[in-house]
Design a binder for this molecule. Structure first.
Ligand code: ATP
Length: 257
């Protein structure tokens, strides 16, 4: 589903009664099926942008559209995965995944079946009965991803979902994100601090910088599609290293290009 952001601005009220602009003049059109990575220095407003798209935060200015529907709050067309998994410790993996369906009064057997399907999609087939404490950090994030996928949202919003994982698990999870993206065709907006991660995953890189945050760079990427064929060897390609060096300069300069 196409996501369109038009002249988005977000201001936060300050203790002295003034308003601090955090995002300004954000224009972004994301066609269906893209995997857009959003990169930028800490505090430039990446999470704020994601929260506004999720409908958790009303924009001060501008509009957000999913196809022809204007975003005015959270909706099942947008699934969210955050850095901390926020699983319910009193529920097993399957019931954590199925929780949203329970709220929508979907019958037990259907909830169960759909949760098992979602768990299989993230590589956790047969782990539905596991308690959350039996799961590793990577498995917990897989459950979070399954929980976001179970409602079959058109758009997945992922805010540093791999940020708390160790390096090896993080690499495995990057491959999982690519696999899920390929298998489901979802439109994904993926926030990260990691330039290598951004290059490895994205079909497009959007860089946010400044205070208030603005889009200072936007370019298509091809490594993610290539990684689906040759895996992490993509990271050893000279073109990958060259892109990393060029984009590092763009990001550190924080300057419009
Ligand atoms: N609810 C809030 N009220 C006031 N200011 C806020 C609020 N939420 C975020 N901010 C401020 O808005 C700015 C952007 O925060 P945001 O979390 O969106 O940045 P970020 O790019 O995601 O940072 P990081 O990479 O560190 O997660 C920061 O200066 C932050 O302190």
């Amino acid at each position: 589903m196409k996501l369109t952001i038009h002249q988005l601005g977000v201001h936060f009220p300050q203790p002295d009664g003034s308003e601090a602009p955090v995002l300004d003049g954000i224009d972004l059109a994301i066609p269906a099926g893209e995997l857009v990575v959003l990169l930028g220095a800490s505090g430039c407003g990446k999470s704020t942008l994601l929260n506004a798209i999720a409908g958790f935060l009303p924009p001060t200015e501008g509009e957000i559209w999913v196809e022809q529907r204007r975003v005015s709050g959270p909706g099942i067309d947008r699934g969210v995965v955050l850095q901390t998994d926020a699983l319910f410790p009193w529920l097993n993996a399957r019931d954590n995944v199925a929780f949203g369906l329970r709220l929508r009064s979907i019958p037990l057997q259907e909830r169960h079946n759909r949760a098992e399907e979602a768990l299989a999609l993230v590589g956790l087939a047969g782990k539905g009965d596991h308690a959350t404490w039996q799961l590793s950090g990577g498995q917990r994030q897989r459950v979070s991803l399954a929980r976001a996928l179970i409602a079959d949202p058109d758009i997945l919003l992922m805010d540093e979902p791999l940020g708390a994982l160790d390096a090896m698990t993080r690499e495995q999870m990057q491959d999982l994100v690519l696999e899920v993206w390929q298998r489901t065709g979802k439109t994904i907006l993926f926030v990260t601090h990691g330039l290598d991660e951004a290059l490895y995953l994205g079909t497009r890189l959007v860089v946010l910088a400044g205070k208030p945050g603005r889009i200072v760079h936007d370019e298509p990427l091809a490594f993610g599609r290539h990684a689906l064929e040759i895996g992490s060897k993509v990271k050893s390609l000279p073109a990958f290293a060259a892109a990393r060096e060029r984009l590092r300069a763009v990001i550190f300069a924080g300057a419009p290009t």
